[in-house]
Design a protein around this ligand. Structure first.
Ligand code: 5RP
Length: 225
């Protein structure tokens, strides 16, 4: 619950990055959900923006709040995106994908001028890797990719739903949660993963976040890259 209050506080602090007339990337997860709800209030009060959601559920939430949406087909330049993260290191490198949306999240982040990450204090870490790295794979290639990632030293687990069936992403892929332990070379690991056929995307976001807003109790700590 304390974490949820921090998540809402961080989301609230990010509102000042959103300006009238902008195209806004809408992240996924509970912290991003707070942001979308708060943005919905601003839209009701007259803020004119268009949102690009990073998941079906964020899109549905935004529409339910009256936030107008656009798509990457219509608009390839996003002014600002507000999204959550599972871990953030001192160089603002991230692990994302705990909510299974990192494929669209990374695409949207790559088209964004300013990526603002909002997070509770538990997400701030000295070194990435305590949180298992989510890797999205084409179902056909799942076992092969799992074997190749295991060869890099990770313990690899297929993400499952509560009923035991594989979790399926918005793009109809599966997710492998990869326990690497401390990731000391995030850039190198990212490159190795990017080179694996059948691997669609992974949750290492390197050099993408421009600002991170951590809430620590009622205080907001702001970091910039
Ligand atoms: C979804 C994500 C989320 O941003 C991340 O999992 C953080 O979630 P939460 O805000 O619920 O703690 O990357 O793919």
């Amino acid at each position: 619950m304390a974490n949820d209050l921090e998540k809402e506080a961080a989301a609230r602090a990010s509102l000042r990055f959103v300006k009238d007339g902008q195209v806004v990337g809408l992240g996924t997860g509970s912290t991003a959900g707070h942001f979308i709800r708060l943005l919905g209030e601003k839209v009701k009060n007259g803020l004119r923006i268009r949102g690009i959601p990073t998941s079906d559920r964020s899109g549905e939430l935004a529409l339910s709040l009256g936030i107008p949406l656009t798509t990457l087909d219509e608009c390839q330049e996003i002014d600002v995106t507000v999204d959550g993260a599972d871990e953030v290191d001192p160089k603002l490198r991230l692990i994302k994908g705990g909510g299974g949306a990192m494929l669209r999240e990374k695409i949207v982040a790559s088209a964004t001028r300013q990526l603002v990450i909002v997070a509770d204090s538990s997400k701030q870490v000295p070194v990435l890797g305590k949180f298992p790295l989510p890797v999205e794979v084409i179902q056909f290639a799942r076992a092969l990719v799992a074997k190749r990632i295991a060869a890099l030293g990770a313990e690899v687990r297929l993400r499952l739903e509560a009923d035991g069936r594989p979790f399926v992403t918005d793009e109809n892929h599966h997710i492998l949660d990869c326990h690497f332990g401390k990731i000391l070379d995030a850039e190198g690991l990212s490159r190795k993963l990017n080179d694996m056929p059948g691997l669609v995307e992974h949750g290492l976001f390197v050099g993408m976040a421009s600002t991170v807003l951590f809430a620590r109790g009622s205080e907001i700590v702001e970091l910039h890259r």
